[in-house]
Design a protein around this ligand. Structure first.
Ligand SMILES: C[S@@+](CC[C@H](N)C(=O)[O-])C[C@H]1O[C@@H](n2cnc3c(N)ncnc32)[C@H](O)[C@@H]1O
Length: 261
């Protein structure tokens, strides 16, 4: 068996770990297409949670978040429209069965457009093209639910990739989801996660990419966000963002972005 690199807290915004799983065990399911690299979740939980905290993954897939949380002594709840194992509840991430402000950390790794067939469930967001408005409307509801269940001053992270398919325009999913996240949360940081998956090693993929003058996806975004509830906010900028109260939300203003520079 190949030796895996040591699992350690990352200190820069470029995260690399040339394996899907850390240690001798497997977190989640190695056969599950679209599983999150477990070291990503491990790093997040090390930094943003404490033992005993409640972690929620509303799109839990093969259960990677549950396994990492349990390894680290955190409590965890996983939901998915197509549960892959018994400890994941069949729930639509757009309507979570949890009270407001009960959760210490939320991790979300959603479908990125229609690349993978996750299930036959018509509620699967992986059936929505990321070039369509419907995909972002659905993801807005997932993000809104994540905000609702999260305790104030606690963190969430969303892991995603952009999408490019032959004969279609490029879909900058990362930037678009980030702008949705910013309507609710305070940005903490943006990390680039370099994937070392087998697909990227296939020679003909690279020849085709060169011939067709397009790029293969080489990294994922990891957006780390913090909840700062507006009613408890200290300044007027925070008071203006009141996502749960006003249905016609406006993204955090460009004016405030300019002010920070
Ligand atoms: C990228 S996978 C998650 C991978 C997971 N983090 C893991 O490590 O295995 C995306 C998941 O979102 C789920 N999903 C899609 N639409 C959903 C919805 N409306 N509510 C809950 N889960 C959904 C899919 O069934 C799939 O399991």
């Amino acid at each position: 068996m190949k030796t895996k690199p040591p699992l350690k807290i990352q200190t820069t915004t470029l995260w690399e770990y040339p394996s899907q799983h850390y240690g001798a065990e497997v977190q989640g399911d190695k056969e599950y297409a679209g599983a999150t690299p477990s070291y990503v979740i491990w790093n997040l939980l090390q930094r943003y949670t404490r033992p005993g905290d409640l972690v929620v993954d509303p799109m839990c897939g093969s259960g990677t978040t549950l396994d990492v949380a349990r390894d680290l002594g955190r409590r965890a709840l996983g939901y998915d429209v197509a549960p892959h194992r018994e400890d994941i509840f069949r729930v639509d991430a757009r309507k979570l069965p949890l009270e407001n402000e009960k959760v210490d950390f939320v991790f979300v790794d959603p479908p990125y457009s229609t690349h993978l067939e996750y299930s036959d469930d018509p509620r699967c967001i992986g059936k929505l093209d990321a070039l369509s408005r419907e995909y972002y409307d659905a993801m807005d509801q997932v993000i809104r639910e994540s905000y609702r269940i999260l305790k104030d001053h606690r963190y969430m992270a969303l892991y995603c990739s952009d999408s490019w398919q032959k004969k279609k325009p490029f879909a900058p999913i990362g930037f678009r989801l980030f702008s949705l996240l910013e309507r609710y949360f305070q940005p903490v940081d943006i990390v680039t996660v370099v994937r070392h998956n087998r697909t990227l090693k296939r020679h003909h993929y690279h020849t085709e990419a060169e011939k067709g003058n397009y790029f293969l996806r080489g990294f994922n975004y990891l957006f780390i966000m913090k909840k700062e509830a507006p009613e408890r906010g200290k300044d007027s900028e925070t008071q203006q963002r009141s996502p749960l109260q006003s249905p016609e939300r406006t993204p955090r203003s460009h004016k405030s972005a300019r002010r920070r520079r």
